[in-house]
Design a protein. Structure first.
Ligand code: ADP
Length: 158
């Protein structure tokens, strides 16, 4: 059975992430969206809140499961018997970081491949941090995140 994992911070999930999840769900029989808990980052949303927002957003895709874990992505992937990681690339600026991450993962786990999906042009400007900034200054979030996530962002910024 073909399985893949889409790891990330998802702080919060955006339309760009959603697009990658939808496209991945057509390529693999099972897709785990993995909220990776990273002590070095100081997220706006708790892990539980991020998982909840993803579940509400991609609940219509029956072969997508939302999970969370601390530690190394490759260890989590192995524990779920997954050997494909999915990452999204928006523009050249993502390339260097993604190259570094996937090379480290390759060194740690040569049996796990990273597959890159290019962002749709509509979403190539979109990031969680842009959505957080727009929310902070009470801007219109309509083109960034689904309504449920926009409400959660607005609540956080109150
Ligand atoms: P991380 O902290 O691991 O980079 P993110 O939640 O920021 O977590 O991103 C997870 C993955 O989704 C990364 O591969 C990132 O490049 C990709 N991604 C983020 N936003 C978009 C977007 N708008 N379009 C396509 N891919 C995206």
């Amino acid at each position: 059975m073909s399985k893949a994992m889409y790891p990330g911070s998802f702080d919060p999930i955006t339309y760009g992430h959603m697009d990658i999840i939808e496209r991945s769900s057509k390529m693999f029989e099972e897709v785990f969206v993995a909220v990776m808990v990273n002590d070095e980052k100081n997220p706006l949303f708790t892990t539980e809140e991020r998982v909840d927002m993803i579940r509400k957003t991609v609940g219509h895709l029956p072969n997508v499961k939302v999970v969370a874990s601390p530690g190394l992505t490759v260890d989590f992937a192995r524990s779920l018997d997954v050997n494909v990681l999915i990452r999204g690339i928006r523009a050249v600026m993502d390339y260097e970081y993604e190259l570094q991450q996937s090379t480290i993962n390759m060194m740690l786990a040569p049996d796990i491949e990273t597959v890159f999906l290019l962002s749709k042009p509509d979403y190539s400007f979109l990031s969680s941090s842009a959505a957080r900034t727009v929310a902070k200054y009470h801007g219109d979030l309509q083109r960034f995140v689904p309504e449920y996530v926009a409400c959660k962002l607005e609540e956080k910024m109150k």
